[in-house]
Design a protein around this ligand. Structure first.
Ligand code: AN7
Length: 351
């Protein structure tokens, strides 16, 4: 049978109600790409795979959970969904809502959303509202408004988001025929790390696939789970994870602890260096936040705290580089302009 999305493939393993009516863009089934060049660069002698979640229909991992959340809402005839977002959730919610004929409202922190995400939300027809505050302020507002009005909240507080998101852990185990030794991923509002851990645990119970150690990575300027307290004014170039009060912070810490992993911070320059490295060594361009997991892996290997030798490591790259082109082009020298003449071209490329 042709591929019909994550609910069709893994729905029997997900805790979603019977009234759910699938709204899908054939999300999921993303490639697990072996990254030998990068593994070699990081010291080698281990297997590294990139779970390239930026290849989902709206360009980020959010589509897995969003198909579940919107399908559940659609199945009970909800008409409107709302979310707070640093951008990717907004684009995903807007796309799935439109596909279901529903309205979407997205609250974003003013001026801090990457161009490709804002453009997506607008293109898919969301009502986009900028909040003169942070993501955390916006999340508080959508919780309040959905307590008062019949609008469906599709942030990862919504349990169906977590259910759908678990499918990425299932896919990794299906492809590798076991869980990896380590799973590295960025952490913002902490829905994704919560879902992966739940997914790996469920698959291990069902199929004895084993469990990974989980390395969650926050941006140093937005690292509440590393600091042990909320961050009032989170700041990072990785705007996707510019979050100071993660809704599922407790569960993220639990995932790290239970898995004998940890949550660490990477600086903006470490994140951006890894973004470039991954693009240049492997041809995989991800948005800055998505490079955080790998940046954390590099930090842990370099400091000797993580011995990857002989291990299998999966790094989750959550969003596509095209989401945030400005981060690459803003400091870039303009490509040279030459007349349309062969000798001019030869002079440049042959020196
Ligand atoms: C590319 O879109 O929170 O820890 O509102 O876009 O599950 O929050 C995005 C988060 C990692 C962190 N990578 O995941 C939003 C939003 C990318 C992201 C994360 C996000 P969570």
């Amino acid at each position: 049978m042709t591929y019909q999305g994550v609910l069709s493939k893994y729905g029997h393993l997900l805790d979603i109600p019977p009234h759910t009516r699938p709204v899908t863009l054939l999300e999921g089934n993303t490639p697990l790409i072996q990254a030998d060049n990068l593994s070699h660069h990081l010291g080698g002698e281990f297997e590294l795979f990139i779970k390239y979640e930026g290849l989902n229909p709206t360009g980020s991992f959010k589509d897995r959970g969003m198909t579940a959340a919107v399908s559940e809402a659609f199945g009970r005839n909800a008409t409107t969904v709302i979310c707070a977002s640093t951008g990717n959730t907004a684009a995903s919610a807007a796309a799935y809502a439109s596909r279901a004929g529903m309205k979407s409202i997205v609250l974003i922190p003013q001026g801090k959303v990457a161009a490709g995400k804002l453009a997506g939300a607008i293109a898919y027809g969301a009502q986009v509202i900028q909040i003169d505050g942070s993501f955390d302020d916006a999340l508080t507002m959508v919780v309040e408004i959905t307590n008062k009005h019949p609008i469906c909240l599709v942030n990862s507080i919504n349990p169906f988001r977590i259910e759908g998101q678990k499918t990425s852990a299932f896919e990794i185990c299906d492809v590798l025929e076991s869980a990896p030794d380590w799973l590295c991923l960025p952490v913002g509002n902490a829905g994704n790390i919560t879902a992966y851990w739940a997914g790996f645990k469920q698959y291990n119970q069902l199929k004895s696939t084993g469990l990974p150690q989980v390395l969650g990575v926050q941006a140093a300027g937005a690292a509440p789970l590393v600091l042990g307290h909320a961050v009032e004014n989170p700041e990072t170039v990785a705007t996707a994870i510019r979050i100071g009060k993660p809704a599922r912070g407790e569960q993220a810490l639990q995932a790290a602890e239970e898995s004998k992993g940890r949550i660490i911070a990477a600086s903006d320059s470490q994140i951006l260096d890894m973004q470039k490295l991954l693009a240049r060594l492997e041809g995989i361009w991800v948005e800055p936040a998505s490079a955080a997991g790998l940046a954390g892996l590099a930090i842990e290997i370099a400091s000797g705290k993580l011995n990857a030798k002989g291990k299998r490591v999966v790094a989750v790259c959550t969003g596509h580089g095209l989401k945030d082109p400005d981060i690459i082009t803003k400091d870039m020298a303009k490509p040279r302009i030459v007349p349309p003449k062969l000798d001019a071209l030869e002079e440049i490329i042959l020196g």
